[in-house]
Design a protein around this ligand. Sequence first.
Ligand SMILES: Nc1ncnc2c1ncn2[C@@H]1O[C@H](COP(=O)(O)OP(=O)(O)OP(=O)(O)O)[C@@H](O)[C@H]1O
Ligand SMILES: Nc1nc2c(ncn2[C@@H]2O[C@H](COP(=O)(O)O)[C@@H](O)[C@H]2O)c(=O)[nH]1
Length: 192
Amino acid sequence: MGLESMKRVLVITGATGAGKTTVSNYLEEKYDMPKVITHTTRAPRPGETDDVDYHFETKSSMEQLHLLEKVEYDHHQYGSSYEALDQAWEKNSLITIVLDTKGAQTYYEQLGEKAVIIFLTVSHSKSLVSRLTRRGDQISALEQRIKSEEYQRDLQLPKSLNNVAHLIVNDHWEETKEKLDKLVASLSNEVK
Ligand SMILES: Nc1ncnc2c1ncn2[C@@H]1O[C@H](COP(=O)(O)OP(=O)(O)OP(=O)(O)O)[C@@H](O)[C@H]1O
Ligand SMILES: Nc1nc2c(ncn2[C@@H]2O[C@H](COP(=O)(O)O)[C@@H](O)[C@H]2O)c(=O)[nH]1
């Protein structure tokens, strides 16, 4: 099989607080899967670093970028570039990206089976708010976010990804890791 056909991007999507970044970090640490760093106009949260967690942009620098897709989420812009995808694929054929559900749909439309969609959810949406509070999100930002239509939308898997996405209920981290390990094992066989 040629290198091109072995490439996969694991698109980790779901509601805010569902654990997308945690999953992406786990896959990077355990399987050396680079994370595609995306761009945003929102301000860094405490502990976030420019060019590591995001490329933090102004509205005008965002306009200069060559993006595969771009969305508005809770009044801020987010987008991912072709260059960042290729840079990550230069390091490994299995890479990850963290996107909202609209971005996940676009990735599937654009990349087909190269995009492996993982939809993360939790059994009780109340636990999302407590997780974000524990993460240290500012209360005012958190209140604004959970009022946003994007927050409500991302609690559900979009219909177009119904028979496509791998669904993981991330209530218990140990169980989530087992599910991820199984998925990675099956993907690694697929691309061998
Ligand atoms: N299974 C779990 N049980 C308890 N806490 C968890 C679990 N998974 C992740 N967390 C914690 O929940 C918080 C939110 O996780 P994370 O930042 O990964 O979410 P996210 O989906 O990337 O959120 P956002 O879209 O807002 O960036 C973090 O503090 C993380 O450590
Ligand atoms: N469609 C895209 N969604 C993205 C991108 N980068 C991040 N995200 C998603 O936005 C929300 C909010 O992120 P946060 O870091 O402010 O909590 C979340 O669902 C991310 O997954 C992107 O380039 N395109």
